[in-house]
Structures are given as structure tokens and as C-alpha cells.
Design a protein around this ligand. Structure first.
Ligand code: AMP
Length: 632
């Protein structure tokens, strides 16, 4: 097991275990927890006593940045400079967020390319990683204030469906916040840990058959269902399903719609008076919570008498509940299981406090027909806190305090290859379970390219020159094709002994090359510790260089595409338009020479804004001509 305790201040491998905290980095709220003796505990705001840190960031005119409850009030007052739901953007390209970009009050930069999303606040561009790092810093500071000790190591949770890029983005955010992310764990896995699944002692583990557990997570804006198989310290996600736009907010909206339909409030009042609208939204949420405990709600708010019964509420929201049940069915089908096969259901997320939700879950999994003495539903822990508490338990296991718990063997450092501009592209992140088999697809950057150099590196830094080179080989014999067309899959296969096999294969032609690298043995624990310390120390500069290189790569790509566009469509463009395009190009070329990534991004955006209508016109013309050519 390669867990390396590091003393961040002295830059040495630490002898004693130190405090490691668990973080639930949520879409709406985030939490931090630690192990207090043998009990996990949420770290609360020392003054307010609140557990949740709203995942909201506000950028003030004077440059001040606030996070959490302080930032929340600006959602209405200053929506353009108030960022929420960053988690939805983690590791996403522009194309992925088109459908919901409009519901976010702030500006997402859109240039129709494959590159990762950027958020514009005034004249600065932020990546979701930088913004998440601000939330993590807030949690780190809270933990340090309350626990009176420096916190440098964490476990962070992510949804089970997060892909490699989203996980890597979460790790990078941790690093940028000055944290050593010991492990990224799945939210349903964390929730299961709280109920003691999978932490049996090694002796018990041998006797016990793996358990099948469903984690039903209904939060403020999202719904996730995960089916896990847990045994011998191994958590296997058999299937996940969900809806990223279904949650408590929809239940609130159903209440407002009812009040509107019953004419207790009017649409005109709601639209005309923003603060009245906000008061009604808050009232609806409060009503929903009251109805979790009572049969009826009635109160006068801003001169309006508002009423609703639990029965009415249940009828109005039945379709939402049924939607989650349908998704549970899909998840079970994917896991090739029946509802009766599930041995425990863990409820996560504030909205699982709604009685009708609990009832529907019980009914679907046939809880009443079971003969077990234990309740099938595990819901006795605060559902908002379960994931963070589980992360704290995992952190404690990593700190070596929970000696009985079994853990899997893992890769001690990230493994990846060099990509354009000398950037490290991680294929297998550090702390991945081994044996492992992962692959990623790449392509060529030049027309007619027949060779591709694959250089393999180990380490946590953003630039390969700061990492350790493990080897390189050349995939040759790629049939000449236009840039971007070849599909080159780079596969990393690590066996149980830590031996890495790297395979490069051009999928269209079948050209293939494989090398074996014995990496894990060539590096001492001390060197490994040093590499990790360096990566955290240099994280900020590394990320800045990475952002600059990425902006330059993107700019070069766009310049290349613009040239191609002008050549192909010269007949469609006026002289003035060509001149304008060339001027924008020149400005962008000038920006590339600088080290200011915001300037490069601004020029990319300017060129895109100018060229986008021209591209649409060219496309319309092509379609029109194609239509004309067609015989009707
Ligand atoms: P989470 O994202 O897990 O923090 O869940 C937040 C959601 O849970 C919000 O939509 C809350 O309104 C909802 N919620 C919190 N407490 C209750 C409750 N007692 N009854 C119904 N919904 C609740």
C-alpha cells in the first residue's frame, strides 16, 4: 500500500499520522468533516454554527472574493459576478454545456471548440478548476480554524458517473487550493462507509458474501442512483443512473405553481417585483420542509395567505418521485438485478426527507415483503452530511488509524503521456486501483502525419519536464490522412505487480505498438514523497503555465481554422470582411506572443464573435447550393 505521509512544512516524509479531512464538494453546498475519536464529525462554521458552505463565489467590484453564505446574497443583487453550480462545468467542453448555459446567470465563454469551458467575470477568465479551488480553500480555512492545525491532506468525493477528465479536474482544484488530494472517492461509496458497509475486519470479510447496496441521492438540483457491490473493502459501482436536472428545486416550483393556480399569488406580482419573487421561492422551500413533518401548511407572506396540504403536495409532485423510481429501475436493469436483490438502501440528499419519497423507495424495493429485522432503508444519519462523513472515514483509513479496514492496492503517482506544448496528459491518476486498464483516444495535428511519438511520464506536475520520464516509443506506419482523422488509442494496462504495459493503436488501420515498463520499482518512497510535495508547492505556477499553454494551443488551432475558412470561402466574403478577419488574426497572433492568458482568450473570443456569423452564412450558402443541385 503506497500511502506516503508528508510533512508539508518541512518537506519531509512525516513519521506520525496527521489530520486528514474529508470533503464533499457539492453542486449546491459543500461540507468538510473529520474523525473525532472513532466518530466522523462535520466541521461547522465557528461563529454561525452552520454545517453547509454554499458552493457560491462572488467577485466584487473592488477585487474582493467571497465564498459560501456571504456570497449567496449576491445571487440576486449581482448575478453576473456570482458563480454557482461550478460542479456542473467541471471537466466539460463548451459543447457539453450548451443546453443549460442559459440558466446560469454568469457568462460562459462559447467558441464551439473542444476545449474546456471558461467563465468570464469582468475581464478575467476562470476555469471551473480555479473556481472550485476557491471553495476548497474556504473549507480548508474553516477546518484549520476549528481544529487549530494545518490541513494539507484531503479526500474529496465526486459523483460515481464522473469521468476521468472530471476527476482529474477535481484533483487539480485540490492542488490549486494547496491540498494534497490523497484520494478521490465516489459519493455513493462514501455514503455506504457511514453505514459501515465494507469496513469489516479482514477475518469477517472472508466469511461475508459481497453485499448489494443502492444509494438513492436526491439533492437540491440533481438525482443520482447507484448500485454498488461491497465486500472485502472493495466497492464496485455496478451501475449508475440519474437526472442532472431533477431535485428539490422542482418540488419548490410545484408548490409555487399550485399557489399561482389557486390565485393565492399572481404571475404579474412575481415578475414585477424581484424581491417578492425571491421571498415566494424561499417560502415554497420552507413550506416543503414543513410538509415533511406536518399535514398542512398555512401562513401569510407579504400580504398573501398561502396554503397547501401534504396530500395536495404529494399529488403535485408524484410525477417527480415516479421519475426517480423509473431511473432506479433502469439502474437495476443495467446491473442485471431485481429490486429484491438489494440488501440495503442508503438515502442521501436533503430531499429524501420528503415522506412520499421514502415511501416510494420502500415500495419499489419491496421493503414490506422482506423478512429481515433490520430496516432496509438506511436513513438515520442527516442526509445532507452522509457523503462528507464518509469521506472523513475514508481519510481516517488512509491515515492508518483504522487498521482493520482493508484497502485496495493503488498507483502511487499519476501516469500519463506528453501532449502538445509539453503538457502532461494524465491517463491513470494517482491512487487508481490496480490492476487497471484504461485508454484514451488521440489524433494527429498535422495533415499527412504518419508517425506519432508516445512519451510516458510519471508524476503530478502539469508539465512533463517536471515529471519523471519512464520511456518513449514511436508509432509508425499511420496511413496518411488529414489532421484529426486518425483515431489513435493509447492504452495503459497495469498488472497486479505494478508493471505497466503501454499500447498505441491506430484504429482505422490497425497499426499497433506495445512496450512494457517496470515503473513502480524504480522509485523510492522518499523520491515519491518529494515529487508529491513539489507538485503541491508549485501547483499555482504550474496551473498558470498550463492555462497559458492551453490558451496558446487553442489560439493556434483557431488561427489555422480561420486561414482554411478564408481560403475556402473567399468568394462569399466582402473585401472589408476579409480585412477585418485578418486584423483579428493579427491581434490574436500578437496576443500569443505575450504571457497573458486573459488577453489571448479575449482575442479568441473577439475573432470568434466576428467569424461566427460569416461561418453561418457560408454554411447556409452551401446547403442552399446542395438543395439547388437536387432534383425535386
Ligand atoms: P442537498 O443538495 O443534499 O443539500 O439537498 C438540498 C435539498 O434538500 C433542497 O432542495 C432542500 O430544500 C431539501 N430539503 C432539505 N431539508 C428538507 C426537508 N426537511 N424536507 C424536504 N426537503 C428538504
Amino acid at each position: 500500500m503506497a500511502i506516503i505521509p508528508i510533512n508539508m512544512q518541512e518537506g519531509k516524509i512525516a513519521q506520525n499520522s496527521e489530520m486528514i479531512v474529508g470533503i464533499d464538494l457539492g453542486t449546491t453546498n459543500s461540507l468538510v468533516a473529520y474523525m473525532n475519536g472513532d466518530q466522523p464529525q462535520i466541521i461547522k462554521d465557528p461563529i454561525q454554527g452552520t454545517a453547509l458552505v454554499p458552493s457560491i463565489i462572488h467577485f466584487a467590484e473592488n477585487g474582493d472574493v467571497t465564498v459560501g453564505n456571504e456570497a449567496k446574497k449576491y445571487l440576486i443583487e449581482d448575478p453576473k459576478n456570482t458563480i454557482f453550480s461550478v460542479k456542473r462545468l467541471m471537466g466539460k467542453a463548451f459543447g457539453d454545456v450548451q443546453s443549460f448555459k442559459n440558466i446560469l446567470g454568469y457568462q460562459i465563454i462559447d467558441d464551439d471548440t473542444e476545449s474546456l469551458v471558461k467563465i468570464r467575470v469582468k475581464d478575467k477568465f476562470y476555469s471551473p478548476i480555479e473556481l472550485s479551488a476557491l471553495i476548497l480553500k474556504e473549507l480548508k480555512e474553516r477546518a484549520e480554524t476549528v481544529l487549530q492545525t494545518e490541513i494539507s491532506k484531503v479526500v474529496i468525493t465526486v459523483p460515481a458517473y464522473f469521468n476521468d477528465t472530471q476527476r482529474q479536474a477535481t484533483r487539480d482544484a485540490g492542488k490549486l487550493a494547496g491540498l494534497d488530494v490523497l484520494r478521490i472517492i465516489n459519493e455513493p461509496t462514501a455514503a455506504s462507509l457511514v453505514y459501515g458497509f465494507g469496513v469489516e475486519s479482514p477475518e469477517d470479510a472472508e466469511q461475508e458474501a459481497p453485499k448489494k447496496v443502492a444509494v438513492y441521492d436526491l439533492g437540491g438540483g440533481t438525482f443520482d442512483i447507484s448500485i454498488l457491490e461491497i465486500g472485502s473493502g472493495i466497492y464496485e459501482v455496478l451501475s449508475t443512473n440519474g437526472d442532472t436536472f431533477l431535485g428539490g428545486d422542482d418540488f419548490d416550483r410545484a408548490i409555487i405553481d399550485y399557489w399561482l393556480a389557486q390565485k393565492m399569488i399572481s404571475e404579474t406580482d412575481l415578475v414585477a417585483d424581484k424581491s417578492f419573487g425571491q421571498a415566494i421561492r424561499l417560502a415554497a422551500e420552507k413550506t416543503k420542509k414543513v410538509l415533511s413533518e406536518n399535514d398542512f401548511f398555512s401562513q401569510e407572506i407579504s400580504g398573501h395567505q398561502l396554503r397547501i396540504s401534504r396530500k395536495q403536495f404529494n399529488e403535485l409532485t408524484q410525477h417527480l418521485v415516479q421519475k426517480t423510481i423509473q431511473l432506479c429501475g433502469n439502474a437495476l436493469k443495467d446491473a442485471k438485478l431485481e429490486p429484491q436483490d438489494i440488501e440495503a438502501i442508503v438515502l442521501v440528499g436533503g430531499s429524501t426527507r420528503i415522506p412520499a419519497v421514502k415511501q416510494a423507495v420502500n415500495d419499489f424495493f419491496h421493503a414490506a415483503d422482506r423478512k429481515t429485522a433490520d430496516s432496509l432503508l438506511k436513513d438515520y444519519i442527516n442526509p445532507d452530511e452522509t457523503v462528507a462523513l464518509g469521506a472523513a472515514i475514508q481519510a481516517d483509513i488512509l491515515a492508518g488509524n483504522n487498521k482493520d479496514a482493508l484497502l485496495l492496492d493503488i498507483t502511487p503517482l499519476s501516469l500519463g503521456i506528453e501532449t502538445v506544448g509539453g503538457l502532461m496528459d494524465v491517463i491513470l491518476p494517482r491512487n487508481s486501483k490496480i490492476p487497471a486498464k484504461v485508454g484514451r483516444e488521440y489524433t494527429t495535428s498535422v495533415d499527412g502525419q504518419t508517425k506519432l511519438k508516445v512519451a510516458i511520464y510519471q508524476g503530478e506536475r502539469q508539465l512533463v519536464r517536471d515529471n519523471r520520464k519512464l520511456g518513449e516509443f514511436i508509432l509508425s506506419g499511420i496511413p496518411p490522412m488529414p489532421a484529426g482523422l486518425p483515431k489513435i488509442e493509447i492504452g495503459f494496462i497495469i498488472d497486479a505487480d505494478g508493471v505497466l504495459n503501454v499500447r498505441a493503436r491506430e484504429k482505422r488501420s490497425g497499426v499497433e505498438q506495445t512496450v512494457t515498463i517496470r515503473s513502480q520499482y524504480g522509485i523510492s518512497e522518499e523520491d515519491m514523497g518529494k515529487m508529491l510535495i513539489d507538485s503541491v508547492r508549485n501547483a499555482k505556477e504550474d496551473m498558470q503555465v498550463k492555462a497559458l499553454l492551453e490558451a496558446r494551443n487553442e489560439a493556434n488551432h483557431i488561427l489555422y481554422a480561420t486561414d482554411k475558412f478564408i481560403n475556402q470561402n473567399i468568394a462569399l466574403l466582402s473585401k472589408h470582411e476579409v480585412e477585418q478577419l485578418l486584423t483579428h488574426k493579427k491581434e490574436l497572433q500578437k496576443a500569443i506572443q505575450s504571457t497573458d492568458k486573459d488577453l489571448i482568450n479575449t482575442q479568441i473570443q473577439a475573432l470568434n464573435e466576428f467569424s461566427s456569423p460569416l461561418a453561418h452564412r457560408a454554411m447556409d450558402k452551401t446547403i442552399l447550393e446542395a438543395m439547388k443541385g437536387k432534383k425535386v
